[in-house]
Write a protein that binds this ligand. Structure first.
Ligand SMILES: Cc1cc2nc3c(=O)[nH]c(=O)nc-3n(C[C@H](O)[C@H](O)[C@H](O)COP(=O)(O)O)c2cc1C
Length: 357
């Protein structure tokens, strides 16, 4: 029996999703209507989760890429009320909200969702998102971001289980802090990141880890998944590794390649320059190295271009190598999600659950 692969959506809660190109599909704005529509479709098709990003600033240009982004926790609170089975993952940028406030927000959404709520901890990598609101003036924050996140999550977890929390940390002080009502069960934690700091954080705190760089093979992902599982085992914990995948599908390989070609021809150079600049790939730096156009157009995120059959086989191979789940992103959510459900999901072998004993 093949390993089971969970499926979820990397929601279109940020304008333009994961392709920096002009003339994208008409419904590319981050709206409640589009997000609700695709989550309900995913839930009806049996997908396990939906994740929304936290984003505070986009990259401009004609595409206005990520210039619009719905706030993750409020979006997921709305989705919690209109869904009944699918797990909902909201993202918090730990620099922006006090952990006691966040602990209560999460417990409230988990109550609305009746136990289906999960928190994605974002340590923060993009100074320009936070500096604009006066929340990142210390230059060494980037180096210490996972120590900061560690204190943050330690406090949240304690507030979810203890009556009074007193905490004297480097970054946070709590004085007999209270948070009620408690969630009915400890909330699951997601985090992404593959730096050494991130991996150590994941091993100690997370239940799910997002792994994968743009050109990683399924086999390479399997190696990282096993490394994380081994690190977690040192803390008597279990961490399941997921990956993110931008799916550009067609009825045939040629049709899918033609779709990719339109995005490449249409790449938004202005927005890409801004993304490069704020991501630390500034062309003015002496050590700057030109990135392949695919890397910049698809934001350095793993992607696949293929027929329905080819995409199904790739997902099966991810499961075989021990990846536990995939968060799916699409260029045109409105049409691509129903297409994936109708034409890729029935071809998957990694969705057959073992029969109950
Ligand atoms: C599935 C997934 C979700 C992510 N969500 C966010 C997010 O909501 N906001 C954000 O700024 N970064 C997000 N990231 C980026 C990671 O949090 C992390 O900063 C990045 O992978 C760099 O890792 P590092 O901190 O180990 O260098 C996400 C990454 C993945 C793969």
């Amino acid at each position: 029996m093949a390993n089971y692969l969970e499926l979820g959506l990397f929601l279109p809660s940020t304008k333009g999703s994961l392709i920096i190109a002009k003339n994208m599909p008409s419904r590319r704005e981050a709206t409640w209507g589009l997000n609700k529509e695709v989550v309900l479709a995913a839930e009806a098709a049996g997908m396990e989760f939906a994740l929304s990003q936290v984003k505070w600033r986009g990259y401009g240009g004609a595409s206005g890429h990520w210039d619009g982004a719905q706030e993750s926790f409020t979006l997921m609170a709305g989705l919690a009320a209109v869904t009944s089975k699918i797990n909902l993952i909201a993202s918090v940028a730990v620099r922006t909200v006090n952990p006691a406030v966040l602990a209560k927000m999460a417990a409230t959404i988990d109550d609305i969702a009746d136990g289906r709520f999960i928190v994605n901890i974002v340590a923060g990598w993009n100074k320009f998102e936070y500096a604009q609101m006066g929340l990142w003036s210390d230059d060494d924050y980037y180096l210490n971001r996972y120590d900061y996140a560690d204190e943050y999550l330690t406090i949240m977890k304690r507030l979810w289980t203890e009556d009074n929390v007193t905490f004297d940390g480097k970054y946070f002080k709590m004085e007999e802090c209270r948070s009620n009502p408690k969630p009915k069960r400890p909330l699951k934690i997601v985090s992404a990141g593959q730096s050494e700091g991130a991996l150590s954080f994941v091993a100690r705190h997370s239940d799910y880890s997002f792994i994968g760089r743009m050109n990683d093979t399924a086999e390479q992902l399997g190696v990282v998944a096993r490394k994380i599982a081994a690190l977690a085992a040192e803390h008597d914990r279990t961490v399941t590794s997921y990956t993110l995948l931008n799916v550009i599908a067609g009825r045939t390989q040629e049709e899918a390649e033609a779709r990719k070609a339109t995005f490449m021809a249409d790449r938004d150079e202005v927005a890409i320059e801004e993304w490069l600049r704020v991501s630390g790939f500034d062309r003015n730096r002496a050590d700057y190295q030109e990135l392949p156009p695919e890397t910049t157009t698809f934001m350095s995120v793993p992607y696949i271009v293929g027929s329905h059959e080819a995409i199904a086989r790739h997902l099966d191979s991810l499961a075989e190598y021990g990846v536990g789940g995939v968060s799916l992103c699409f260029p045109d959510f409105e049409n691509d999600v129903p297409d994936f459900i109708a034409n890729v999901m029935p071809r998957l072998t990694c969705r057959e659950r073992p029969a109950a004993a």
